[in-house]
Design a protein around this ligand. Structure first.
Ligand code: AMP
Ligand code: GLY
Length: 425
């Protein structure tokens, strides 16, 4: 098979490297890819959001399957366009991707189908939102832009002034563009967070190994929110009992609700959960693999990923037994100094072999480019270094040991990835 993967970050590198293990794969293509992905797949310069460009590329490379990984092309309807042109594509169509594309949609869906989530109200008028916040008078309160906002559309306001500023900047100053025409104001929840990625064909839902993200830039969960500074899997808070409750009260009801709404979801559905004192609740849905969750989840997958993608596309997931390694995985993100604010790029990366890899670990490139034989930094998050082992402690030790051998000017990474998970008894 010839498989084309759309996207160009660490998540896509993890998908490409997993697909490369399959005996069914002849040739891998990726667009736009990056320096590390280029060692495993032929890369092109078609943008991930260029629907016509990707359809044309799929024709050019005679793709037997196209995997659309990032949120924006999914929400724009890339899978629909690929299907209309006769291509098999992994990922939800536009109608289903709205589960991530619109928070107003997903919140209303959860309310209508009794899926546990934070209490909320939707506003299209800034003054009404501000009046509501004043009347509620409970802080922290959470202000969310309706649409995609590069993972930055959530503001936790500690007092009235912050909440008012959040509403004004989203709805009037339009800091997230049209994504902020509507907003959701919701109750602040507390408890451990768990990411659960699920394969689903719209009928069967098959959860992957659970994981834990570390969103803040600095140790001890300080500093700004980022796309994710590291992950571990499995997440120790996600016990068998919690998993069963999530399956019964969240996963199956969500899949069934989407079918009832004529929005059958096929692909990877990501449940961002909070284990509150009142039970597990949905913080957010994503219509795709998480980044950097994928970088700890896929290394633990034993089943051929091509078989899983085929089963999802053909709606035969019920006939596939998906197997996982018993052990654990840890991923440390190496970022450019200054990220998630301003940072420099074009720095030479040392400590990688000719394939962009390092000993005993998987090195997933997020923001790199090739300059002849050299790898240069080209983004905020540069590399994700993943180690697997039979237990989390040694996976973390191995990942951090390998990180020591890798470097670039102003490299920054968190030293405490996995510490919270290790402390759970
Ligand atoms: P998101 O950008 O949607 O991934 O949200 C970013 C983070 O904001 C989440 O991972 C949570 O830590 C936090 N968050 C979102 N909604 C709530 C909520 N209702 N209560 C508490 N924290 C929240
Ligand atoms: N790691 C969070 C996300 O992929 O949205």
């Amino acid at each position: 098979m010839n498989i084309l993967v759309v996207g160009g970050g660490g998540r896509e590198h993890a998908i490409v490297m997993k697909l490369a293990e399959s005996p069914k794969v002849d040739k891998l293509y990726c667009t736009p890819g990056n320096g590390g992905i280029a060692k495993y797949a032929e890369c092109f310069d078609v943008k991930a959001t260029d629907i016509d460009g990707v359809v044309a590329l799929a024709k050019e490379v005679s793709a037997d399957m196209v995997v659309v990984a990032p949120d924006d092309p999914l929400v724009l309807g890339m899978v629909d366009a690929l299907n209309e042109n006769g291509f098999r594509a992994f990922g939800p169509d536009k109608a289903a991707a709205i589960i991530e594309g619109s928070k107003v949609f997903s919140k209303n869906l959860m309310k209508q189908y009794n899926i546990p989530t934070a209490k909320y109200e939707v506003f299209s008028d800034a003054q009404k939102a501000i009046d509501y916040i004043k009347a509620e008078n409970t802080y922290p309160t959470v202000v969310k832009a309706d649409g995609l906002a590069l993972g930055k559309g959530v503001i936790i306001a500690q007092n009235f002034e912050e909440a008012k500023d959040a509403v004004t900047s989203i709805m009037e100053d339009k800091i997230f563009g049209q994504s902020g025409s509507n907003i959701v104001i919701e109750e602040f929840l507390t408890g451990p967070e768990v990411s659960v990625l699920c394969f689903t064909d719209g009928k069967t839902v098959s959860p992957m190994v659970s994981s834990m993200d570390h969103k803040r830039a600095l140790d001890n969960d300080e500093g700004l929110n980022t796309g994710g500074m590291g992950t571990v899997a499995p997440n120790p808070y996600y016990t068998e009992a919690v998993a069963k409750e999530c399956m019964d009260t969240i996963f199956i009801p969500t899949i069934e609700a989407m079918v009832k709404e004529n929005r059958k979801f096929k692909g990877c559905l990501y449940f961002g959960l909070m284990l509150t004192p009142n039970g597990p609740k949905v913080i957010e849905y994503n219509c795709r693999f998480g980044d950097p969750e994928t970088q700890v989840v896929l290394p633990l997958l034993k089943t051929d990923l091509v078989d899983i993608f085929d089963a999802v596309i053909d709606e035969k997931l019920d006939s596939l037994n998906i197997e996982w390694e018993k052990g654990a995985a840890a991923c440390i993100i190496l970022a450019s100094g200054g990220y998630p604010k301003k940072y420099e790029t074009g720095k030479e990366i040392s400590g990688l072999d000719t394939k962009g890899q390092a000993e005993n670990v998987l090195v997933y490139h997020a923001g790199t480019k090739l300059d002849g034989e050299k790898f240069l930094t080209s983004g905020g998050r540069v590399l994700g270094v993943t180690a697997t082992s039979d237990n989390l402690k040694s996976a973390l030790d191995n990942a951090y040991k390998s990180v020591e051998a890798i470097g670039f000017d102003k490299m920054h990474f968190r030293k405490d990835i996995g510490q919270k998970a290790l402390a759970v008894k």
